[in-house]
Design a protein. Sequence first.
Length: 426
Amino acid sequence: MERTYISKIKMKENRETLLKGWAEAIRDLGNLIFVVLRDCSGEVQLVAKKDSKCFDEVKNLRREDVIEIKGIPIKNEKAPNGIEVRIEELKVLNKAEPLPIEFSGKISTDLSKRLDYRFLDLRNKRNKKIFELKSKIIYFVRSFFNDREFVEVHTPKIVAQGAEGGSELFPILYYNKESYLTQSPQFYKQIMQAAGFEKVFEIGPTYRAEKSHTLRHLSEFWGIDSEFSFIESYEDVMRLLEDLICDILNNIKKNCSEIINYFGIEFPEYKKPFPRITLSDAFKLIDREGTDLSNEEEKLVGERIKKKFESDFIFITKYPFEVRPFYTMKNDKNKNLTDSFDLLFKGMEIVTGGQREHRLSILKEQANEKNISLESIKFYLDAFKYGMPPHGGFGFGIERFVMQLLNIKNIREAVLFPRDVERLMP
């Protein structure tokens, strides 16, 4: 008999059906035993009566035993989803030991402990839905770029030089050479512009050795990166990003309403064009000064922009060159500023981007200004010698987007197996 997934159980009403999954809950009423069976598609109530030939086997079930049952789905308005399955045959495929954590959500468990037993924690319906949504978002992103004839690329994750430099690199031994885990695919997606691809995107992991113990930082995270050629200004990059964000949100609203409703969240407010303010004006908005926004300042800006523009998204533009990478294009009118931006979502930076410097002589000058050895980035600079078009792009943090969308307090909950300063396992 072919297995039926629980989500399709109503199609099998009054017909013998084969189900497989986990015994999520067991309620023994003496002459009647109810079992909640869970598989990847949903849950259904099973029932065994005293006269059932497998009653004793059902009575010996433990929570989270993996089982296979044959039974008859029957209509029952009192049962969850209006249907229950009368157990005819039961086979225990694997017994479960007593659980080390409570993952049902009925009892609060410390996040660190939950992450120690992440394979159990992910059995929680809420936690599973985070990753169902994340999977859908990746699908929407790929569809967006494919529709616009962008080429998906896969750049190296073992590199000889970091795109951002500094102390955030993870050094590794590559045979007898020193190398690093990539901080960003930046150099390579720019090289793809020299290769004539013109429009590329990548969805992949990046690594930052930040000794940060915050709710928003990770040592390994996944990003959506894009780079494209023949732009007129960084406004072209912001417009593409607006289109991408709106496309994702429109698709979530259309195709993932069940997940959104489950979390009981207020859907973001968004419309094109997103508000744009300079970094200088952002500081004026919160009566402060500086060269870059702190986490707290981003939150304040987000709150005030929401009141002023009724938008959960805001572009912050014209960051000082001193806080931007050497490859960022300087502003024509003020060389201390750059044609770059951050996109804040509900007061948190989720995207950084801008126009890149494509003129080799200026690029070298800017690298020298940042005390970067030209020899160490020779492979990158060589790509600018033989015809590099004007170009720009962005890096978009997937986990931060999911975190803000679902109002998750800690970004680690938006990662299957998070890596941070302390955590290397599981």
